[in-house]
Design a protein around this ligand. Structure first.
Ligand SMILES: Cc1ncc(COP(=O)(O)O)c(C=O)c1O
Length: 375
């Protein structure tokens, strides 16, 4: 098997699995007052410290959630609701993950003044347009760090500098689900107040994530418990959290090594095939995702023919791949329809080898040629 769908999810690591098993013997409720509970609470706190350390932040500002989707919802709804008296303007981009997009649609229905920032052909948000959107009463800006469909890195530091200058009361949120553990994610250096992260994108388990926030007055999404300062109540997912921390300890942040993988796949495919289009900036790329269009084919047909070789890729973001809709990210970048139809996402992990890439490229090129002959 050659697994190249790491932007959808990654294989849990051995150490993450072992850490998960620790929750079997440490089964006490972290909120219980007895020793068994205290022991579990200590484990959770040290996991929190470890994750906070990776972010370079104070661990009291890290809240565990059920994943990136919940973190994004909590950040966006939590800020918008708590600051609604200060202003109604909120800003996001047209290439966000559905968990951000849908949260802003909800705000739109609730009467907020939502602005959607467009991107250029390389998939980078338009900063001139942002300047025009920022007002004194803007309360929230949410722009992602690395795009899940293209791997393009957004200029977050420049965005936050602009926001700080024009909108002094604004909270800045950044969806770092695809960047955390792959490229440096340091909220202070990036100039952001809130960061969403998720365990299963970095060899942890599905169903665990975290929200870092230096703005503590956010309105909770759920109620009924005193855990985590009531910002995210509910008994913690102990196993998932311990595994998340173990996965964080194993993260290899080496952007050049990742880019070598992406560039090798890109170069091999462009060498072996005509009419190949690479989508998204190569210069500003995390290296973990290659989005590539094979003109004249339907991506879904290719995906299934690769499956027969036990090569796993994706046609867009996993979350929307059950719907037959074209990628909103590629459309926002102005990619032509025939290139959107033939686009696949090949995504790498720190464990993907160059040999796997060479083998996969050979098979992808062969399958594309066969499909083109029949179409
Ligand atoms: C950029 C981005 N944000 C958020 C999410 C949602 O994360 P989770 O699957 O942990 O809910 C994903 C998952 O694909 C993602 O790629």
């Amino acid at each position: 098997m050659i697994y190249l769908d790491n932007a959808a999810t990654t294989k849990p690591s051995q150490r993450a699995a072992e850490a998960m098993m620790m929750a079997v013997s440490n089964f006490g409720n972290p909120s219980s007052l007895h020793g068994l509970g205290l022991q579990t609470e200590k484990l959770i706190n040290s996991a929190r410290d470890n994750i906070a350390n990776m972010l370079g932040v104070n661990s009291k500002n890290v809240y565990f959630t059920s994943g990136g989707t919940e973190s994004n919802n909590l950040a966006i709804y939590g800020v918008a609701n708590s600051l609604k008296r200060r202003g109604k303007r909120v800003i996001t981009s047209t290439i966000e993950h559905p968990s951000v997009m849908e949260s802003f649609k909800r705000l739109e229905n609730d009467g907020y003044d939502v602005c959607y920032l467009g991107v250029d052909k390389d998939g980078i948000v338009n900063l001139d347009d942002l300047a025009g959107m920022l007002t004194e009463d803007t309360i929230l800006v949410s722009i992602m760090h690395v795009n899940n469909e293209t791997g393009v890195i957004q200029p977050i530091e420049r965005i936050s500098a602009m926001v700080r200058e024009k909108s002094p009361y604004c909270i800045i949120h950044c969806d770092c689900v695809q960047s955390f553990g792959k490229i440096p994610v340091k909220p202070d250096k990036m100039g952001v107040d809130m960061v969403s992260i998720s365990a299963h994108k970095i060899h942890g388990f599905k169903g665990t994530g975290a929200l870092y926030t230096n703005y503590a007055r956010i309105t909770p999404l759920i109620r009924g418990g005193e855990q985590q300062n009531e910002i995210r109540p509910g008994t913690e997912n102990v196993g998932g959290i311990l595994a998340f921390s173990a996965a964080v300890s194993e993260c290899e942040i080496d952007i050049e090594k990742m880019r070598e993988k992406r560039n090798l796949m890109r170069d091999l495919l462009c060498e072996k095939l005509d009419n190949v289009k690479v989508n998204g900036s190569c210069e500003h790329n995390s290296g973990s995702v290659l989005n590539v269009s094979f003109i004249g084919i339907k991506a879904e047909i290719l995906l299934h023919s690769l499956e027969r070789h036990e090569i796993y890729v994706s046609t867009g973001s996993a979350c929307s791949s059950h719907k037959p809709q074209p990628s909103h990210v590629l459309l926002a970048m102005g990619v032509e329809q025939k290139a959107v139809d033939g686009a696949i996402r090949i995504s790498f992990s720190q464990n993907t080898t160059l040999d796997e890439i060479r083998t996969a490229a050979e098979i992808i090129a062969g399958e594309v040629s066969v499909i083109r002959r029949y179409m």
